[in-house]
Design a protein around this ligand. Structure first.
Ligand SMILES: Nc1ncnc2c1ncn2[C@@H]1O[C@H](COP(=O)(O)OP(=O)(O)OP(=O)(O)O)[C@@H](O)[C@H]1O
Ligand SMILES: [Mg+2]
Length: 258
């Protein structure tokens, strides 16, 4: 199963991705959690120890690796380089593992525009495509809101897009945007998880504003989840109720996807 988690900023993508990864790992699956957010913090949410977090270098910042794989010289914008770099050994070699979750931090390329063809981007794109199309693990990608940069072939290899929303029109707007992008890429499997829900009113609000059959479930707002961030712990280890809610979502997801 390859899933991509998207949604508006701050809705709970990382929290959801981390708990989902820990649940699958707990069940004995090979889990590869992919931090594809330009501002990576999935390691923290997974509860990785600080020493391990300190060792993380995003793939895009591994200058030697980028140069070696793409046959380019660092900073060589506009020069010739390989557009089909070798990536199959990267997940194994450069991931960090804890609690049975392997984490790959992708990083970002600051280009001031999407779709730039530079060695870093080419490597990230090829790597993402490899993770989704060839890798055998459960892949859980914590992404930013856009899915444009995935590319048609790669996007079609994703089993499910999960858009996290909260009860409010802005994040639901983002869902609609992602749904449209997905449709343009020929993808129908876009589901919603509503997070930070406080009461029935909130649940009703979400259901009224999305297609009800795409809603995988609700995650309630809990102080313990919010404060896990402040005490540097994984929300997985702070709120059993939240973990149970996400287990239910996972069951529903598995029924819907297969
Ligand atoms: N169910 C919840 N109850 C309470 N607080 C929550 C809940 N889910 C997430 N939060 C808190 O909301 C904040 C944002 O969550 P998170 O980092 O998971 O969102 P995100 O979508 O990944 O954000 P970003 O767009 O910045 O990457 C965090 O402080 C998190 O602890
Ligand atoms: Mg995040």
């Amino acid at each position: 199963m390859k899933m991509a988690i998207t949604g508006k900023g701050g809705v709970g993508k990382t929290t959801f991705s981390a708990i989902m990864s820990r649940i699958y790992a707990e069940e004995g699956y090979n889990v590869l959690a992919v931090d594809a957010d330009p501002d990576p913090n999935l390691a923290l949410a997974l509860g990785f120890p600080q020493e391990l977090i300190d060792e993380i270098v995003p793939i895009s910042e591994m200058k030697k690796l980028v140069a070696e794989r793409t046959n380019s010289t660092p900073g060589s914008f506009g020069k010739m380089f390989k557009i089909n770099p070798k990536v199959d050994d990267i997940p194994e070699r450069y991931c960090k593992e804890h609690y049975g979750v392997r984490l790959l931090t992708m990083g970002t390329v600051d280009t001031g525009g999407t779709g730039c063809i530079c060695p870093e981007n080419v490597l990230l794109k090829k790597l993402t495509s490899h993770l989704i199309l060839q890798n055998k693990d459960i892949v859980i990608m914590d992404m930013e809101a856009g899915i444009e940069h995935l590319g048609r072939g790669t996007a079609q290899g994703v089993d499910v897009f999960i858009v996290v929303v909260e009860p409010g029109i802005r994040s639901i707007q983002t869902y609609k945007h992602v749904k449209k992008l997905a449709k343009d890429l020929g993808i129908e499997k876009v589901f919603v998880v509503a997070n930070k829900v406080k009461n029935e009113e909130d649940e009703k609000y979400v259901l009224e504003n999305i297609d009800t059959d795409v809603c995988l479930g609700f995650i309630h707002y809990r102080e313990t989840v919010g404060s896990s961030d402040r005490v540097n712990k994984s929300p997985y280890d702070c709120s059993n109720e939240t973990v149970q809610e996400i287990k239910k979502i996972k069951e529903k997801l598995e029924m819907g996807v297969f």
